[in-house]
Design a binder for this molecule. Structure first.
Ligand code: AHM
Ligand code: MG
Length: 335
């Protein structure tokens, strides 16, 4: 007998029913994120066919080249979330400032969303996987008014949900909201995300490491020693340059992902709010861990500005612990 397909919408409704206090607002928000992901997926898939590729010519707030599909994804997510009525504000990697959603009932929206609408954008032109990353916070400012900066400058530990969408050989939406991590694969024939990976638990160890080895000489000594150790153990190096894809691999096969501080990015390159917190939230709920390369738990790092960056080392628990030992040992040597 064929297993019954559980769609994302159905899964969300079922989970909501298990929580008697639920108002349905959060469920509607997740459903809307699913809709935006489908729209972006459609465009990512046909990007090779239409003239939507190429560098737009502008740069984003941290100085990276912005490509057309980034802008499209950003607009679609903002549009969908703005009309949801559940979100009073959005912060995106592609926008300098917060977006206050002012239409209709949105001022009563309980949530703010932080997102990187299309991560790994250097991969778009060459048809390699990209992803969307999102995190959801409850607002701190009073309802009935516009959202404030304080709603966004909340630590990872305050996040109520996070997820990513991987536009790869198939399209997957993975999200966590405090009760484990679940993955849904888009079935293009019915246009629905269907539950495909229930209660994901990542392996405690693995033999993959993921780092831009080209920057090796720009890393601190302790990080270089740890990378040498990975190589000595014959770990397999895999680096797609799209964080979502690199993390997705180690979620299932075990491994460690590193984006250390470099001379060019002394505080790290990846954005705390849009990339590090949400991915750390998911990794932790899947049983892994996430630290800065200075060994602070990512979720506990204080946030002072929207586009703040951080170094990061995350993945299988045992491997992050090994990395920590190397940093403690060799970091102490050079002090
Ligand atoms: P983006 O948000 O501009 O796409 O940058 C983030 C991406 C990550 O997905 C990836 O891990 C990293 O940048 C790759 O950077 P680099 O090319 O320096 O290795
Ligand atoms: Mg990004």
């Amino acid at each position: 007998m064929q297993n019954k397909i559980v769609t994302l919408d159905e899964f969300i409704i079922r989970t909501e029913k298990e929580n008697p206090k639920s108002t349905g607002s959060f469920s509607r928000l997740l459903r809307d994120i699913g809709i935006a992901a489908k729209i972006v997926n459609r465009e990512v898939n046909k990007a090779g066919l239409v003239n939507i590729l190429g560098v737009e010519g502008s740069t984003n707030t941290t100085g990276d080249a912005v490509q057309k599909l980034d802008i499209f994804a950003n607009e679609k997510f903002i549009e969908t979330l703005s009309y949801s009525g559940e979100v009073c504000g959005i912060a995106s990697e592609e926008n300098q400032d917060i977006i206050q959603v002012n239409n209709g009932s949105a001022v009563n929206g309980q949530y703010v969303v932080v997102m990187d609408p299309l991560d790994g954008s250097s991969n778009i032109d060459v048809n390699v996987s990209v992803g969307t990353i999102f995190g959801i916070y409850k607002r701190k400012s009073p309802v009935d008014g516009p959202c404030e900066m304080e709603d966004f400058l909340q630590k990872g530990t305050e996040m109520v949900a996070a997820g990513y969408v991987l536009y790869g050989t198939s399209t997957l939406l993975v999200y966590a909201a405090g009760q484990g991590v679940n993955g849904f694969t888009l079935d293009p024939s019915i246009g629905e995300f269907c539950l495909s990976h229930r209660n994901i638990k990542m392996p405690a160890a693995g033999n993959y490491y993921s780092v831009n080895q080209g920057y090796y000489l720009k890393f601190d000594l302790e990080m270089r020693r740890y990378i040498d150790h990975c190589s000595d153990l014959n770990y397999r190096l895999r680096y797609i340059g799209s964080m979502v894809s690199d993390i997705h691999r180690i979620m299932f096969q075990g491994g460690i992902f590193l984006y250390p501080n470099t001379r060019k990015y002394p505080k790290g390159k990846l954005r705390l709010l849009y990339e590090c917190y949400p991915m750390a939230y998911i990794i932790e709920q899947a049983g892994g861990s996430a630290l800065t390369c200075k060994l602070e738990r990512i979720m506990d790092v204080e946030i002072h500005s929207l586009h703040q960056t951080s170094s990061i080392a995350m993945g299988s628990g045992d491997m992050v612990r090994d990395m920590k030992e190397f940093v403690e040992r060799y970091g102490a040597v050079i002090q």
